[in-house]
Design a protein around this ligand. Sequence first.
Ligand code: PEP
Length: 250
Amino acid sequence: TNAIRPLIAGNWKMNGLKASLAELDAMLAGASAVTAKADLLVCPPATLIMAFAERTRGARTLAIGAQDCHPKASGAHTGDLSAEMLADAGATAVIVGHSERRADHGETDALVRQKAEAAWRASLTAIVCIGETQQQRDQGKALEICGGQLAGSLPGRATAANLVVAYEPVWAIGTGLTPTVKDVEQVHRFIRDSLESRFNGEGGKIRILYGGSVKPSNAAELMAVPNVNGALVGGASLKAVDFLAIAAGC
Ligand code: PEP
């Protein structure tokens, strides 16, 4: 399944101002050199989606995504953004169920599933994040936790076009720590088996990203692991030189 075309997705989190258009321009300038190896997606804060999408329109080498969406299409939900609004702004994908949203906003698997369904309603690809905490790993529960999150967070009717799964061990996010290659291989194999048993042949084609302290120096090793079909990159996606170097490692 390493024949699946990799996706390198950048999650800018709550970082980026209009001045960051210069960094996007640097990514665009270098994107064609790496698109033979991987698809590129940048998920800036929502305030920059429209400007980024307008800047990349026609480039086709770099897509723009969002970091969250509300389950509903519109209505009385102050401060929230619908998948339809994100699509209208030029996003083609949306991250749902990131561990920071699960932790900071109490998002449950059931809510994440509704958000993924909302993404599909708006023709966006849903990037559904799962992953265990350090305590859960120490208790030997990593697979059990990931299995439960997959079962609860993924809607039916998933396809390789509308779903990307991101395995992000919570303890590896922003810490500089990464699981061993063996541990990554084990969890990704488990996710692949789960996708195949639920979605049959299609489950063999859905991209499974690794996320958590991916940087240029460890990307090639992680991207070579069986069933790792790209990366979800936080901190290292803010700089074009790092983001492009990670993609070059595919
Ligand atoms: C993330 O939050 O999706 C992430 C992977 O962050 P970092 O790369 O900074 O660990």
